[in-house]
Design a protein around this ligand. Structure first.
Ligand code: MRU
Length: 372
């Protein structure tokens, strides 16, 4: 019997064979294929091509990725070639120069989800502090390993805490709408936007969930509908242009979405189309909740206007998923991967440290401070 998708790890370090194991999410739901990433190019491609995606999962992959690359640098980094150096680790200067190079390379894979640079900077921070404390490169590798594993473990706990806070905002039998995939497949367990749904499921809440299909890459159809359905949640798939109708019909009591970067004023970047859902929710009086670990809150970015939005290839809109091209050759295409929801459309931002409400400038600072 085939394994349920909920039993797989989204991202895993292979301690025995080396490298990182991920589910290739571009193949879901048709095929569950686990792939191994070993080189910087493989890790970068997997993030850019969305084989692993979703802000927290990207962060965990980057943390494991830089650890795997650090080990490689330390073990094979430019030693003199002399016999006396056999089996030695590279010295600190050589090691750190290469480490920084690889860190910057991984960081360039996708620009919008702040968790990518957040995780890499955290790994860089422990690396430098360990050196300042006089640790050897060999010891630093162990510290990097522990930190990457901690980032993964924290992700699971953070998602669960978001789930508890999110669950306090809804009641049994509610209708919940979500956009894109901020689910288990976007994190290491529970998801962010789906965490209240999974916790509610454990407690018999009987939610009715609507999953937007999420053009152009169909994360809602391929991933959210798939994982919720596999977990036995009552989920109904809708096209993106149907959310107004289900909200007008009174079928939705709350919208929960994930997030890639929250600016200091509460403007929140998430999958393209999220801001449309927020505007429609406002129109029909449905509360709109953004679920965001504090690692997704970027207090250094003042407003959504400063968030860099990733632009993706036009083929994703014109031909991907279709048997034949569905747009005229040469037509202009605009394909931003994310949009920014203005803070005034957001009812609350649910973090692992509590629920932030307007004015977000203050409440987000407080949420970030609580974790320290
Ligand atoms: O392009 P993707 O699939 O990486 O976009 C994912 C999203 O927009 C998610 O909602 C976001 O990263 C939060 S995941 C918990």
């Amino acid at each position: 019997m085939s394994r349920n998708i909920m039993e797989y790890e989204t991202v895993e370090l292979d301690e025995q064979e080396g490298g990182i194991l991920i589910i290739d999410q571009t193949k879901l739901p048709g095929k569950t294929e686990i792939i191994r990433l070993r080189t910087a190019q493989e890790i970068w491609d997997a993030i850019y091509l969305l084989k692993v995606r979703g802000a927290p999962a990207i962060g965990v992959t980057a943390a494991f990725g830089i650890y795997v690359l650090a080990r490689e640098i330390a073990e094979t980094g430019k030693l003199s070639g002399d016999e006396k150096d056999a089996g030695k680790f590279a010295d600190w200067e050589v090691f750190y120069e290469k480490f920084t190079e690889q860190k910057n390379y991984l960081d360039s894979a996708r620009p919008t989800a702040v968790n990518l640079s957040w995780a890499l900077n955290r790994m860089d921070g422990v690396c430098r502090s360990a050196h300042e404390e006089g640790k050897t490169v060999e010891e630093i590798l162990e510290i990097l390993h522990e930190e990457a594993c901690r980032i993964k473990e924290e992700d699971i706990q953070v998602c669960r805490a978001i789930g508890e806070y999110g669950l306090s905002l809804v009641k049994p039998g509610d209708g919940i709408l979500t956009h894109c995939n901020a689910g288990q497949l976007a994190t290491c367990k529970y998801g962010t936007a789906t965490a209240p749904i999974y916790l509610g499921q454990e407690r018999g809440y009987g939610f009715r969930v609507f999953a937007d299909e999420t053009r152009p890459l169909l994360q809602g159809a391929r991933l959210t509908a798939y994982e919720l359905h596999s977990a036995g949640v009552d989920v109904t798939l809708i096209c993106d242009n149907m959310s107004a109708m289900v909200m007008k019909n009174g079928w939705v009591n709350a919208v929960f979405v994930g997030c890639d970067r929250v600016a200091a004023n509460g403007d929140a970047a998430n999958k393209i189309g999220t801001s449309v859902v927020a505007a429609v929710a406002k129109r029909y009086g449905v509360p709109f909740y953004v679920c965001a670990p504090t690692s997704t809150i970027d207090l250094a970015t003042p407003t959504g206007a400063e968030i860099k939005i990733e632009q993706r290839p036009s083929e994703e809109v014109t031909e991907m998923w279709y048997k034949e091209r569905m747009a005229p050759e040469g037509v202009k295409v605009f394909n931003p991967a994310f949009d920014v929801t203005d803070n005034e459309l957001i009812t609350a931002i649910v973090t692992e440290n509590g629920i932030a409400r307007a004015p977000f400038g203050e409440s987000l600072r407080e949420m970030c401070g609580r974790g320290r």
